[in-house]
Ligand binder design. Structure first.
Ligand code: ADP
Length: 262
């Protein structure tokens, strides 16, 4: 059809006047749509062949007696890489579903304390035992939102804190409400991030240290997912960091989404 998309800006000038500018962004909008579809289709198409490869790798790994031991290490590497590739594909799919606005379902009361309790258990398995992970949770604080996407936000932030801080470092995750709203904050005593990188961290595949990040099992998409999910909750990601000292990643949710459980 001939539906067109406009971007409308209202600019104030001379304090008394307002200028309304409408720009036709139909082509841009369509291009973005094509790009989204392409990423979604490509990720989807890659899933099946990868599943086949992984299946055979598992089969071979399960039959150590049937092969020359010199294949042990290559098999292990291939399995690691296949698992990584799968994680990247799943994250790309998650991102494109979110971009397609398909979380149009009604938001619902989310038992965040329960999600975090679960996460606290998973986090200990995920990090080496060398990290001290502390959770401070307001157990009466629920949120109006989307449970699964929120869970991946919390998981991504805690996983990063583990990934980018040294053994022995303390990681603190807090879920609380104050005058400004509802917050989930994760602090670590890790590498920290130089100021100039901070605005770009939520871009897909943006990494401060490419080589280091690849080795840590991240997909490079974690913070991009975090940003998208937060947008769906009218929330913002606030990043505070000091190089060599550590970082705090804080999600700020509007107070109007807070729900108080008994
Ligand atoms: P990755 O899979 O590479 O961790 P993310 O999107 O989760 O991808 O993060 C993007 C980049 O931001 C990381 O590669 C890392 O350089 C930086 N980063 C994220 N979290 C932290 C943190 N807690 N401390 C230091 N750097 C971080």
């Amino acid at each position: 059809g001939s539906r067109r998309t406009y971007k409308v800006q209202i600019i104030s000038y001379f304090e008394t006047h307002k200028l309304v500018v409408a720009s036709d962004i139909t082509e841009l909008y369509q291009l973005a749509q094509i790009r989204r579809d392409f990423i979604a289709n490509a990720s989807h198409e890659l899933r099946t062949p990868l599943t086949v490869l992984k299946g055979y790798l598992e089969l071979m790994s399960d039959m150590p007696g049937e092969r020359n031991p010199q294949w042990d290490l290559p098999l292990e590497h291939m399995t690691t890489q296949a698992v990584r590739m799968q994680a990247i594909i799943e994250d790309l799919l998650t991102l494109s579903t979110m971009e397609a606005d398909s979380i149009n379902a009604e938001s619902e009361p989310v038992d965040v304390p329960e999600i975090l309790k679960q996460l606290a258990i998973e986090a200990r398995q995920l990090g080496s035992d060398e990290h001290k992970i502390v959770f401070e949770i307001d157990t009466h604080l629920w949120l109006k939102g989307y449970a699964e996407p929120l869970k991946s936000v919390f998981m991504n932030l805690v996983a990063n804190a583990v990934r980018y801080s040294p053994e022995g470092g303390e990681i603190k995750a807090r879920w609380y409400q104050d005058k400004e709203g509802v917050h989930f904050a994760v602090s670590d005593q890790g590498l920290g991030i130089a100021q100039e990188h901070i605005p770009r961290l939520t871009e897909r595949f943006y990494r401060v240290d490419k080589d280091r990040s690849r080795g840590t099992g991240g997909t490079g998409l974690g913070l991009a997912i975090v940003k998208h999910v937060l947008e769906k909750h009218q929330a913002h990601l606030h990043i505070d960091s000091l190089l060599g000292k550590g970082s705090t990643f804080r999600c700020d949710f509007p107070a109007k989404f807070a729900l108080k459980a008994k």
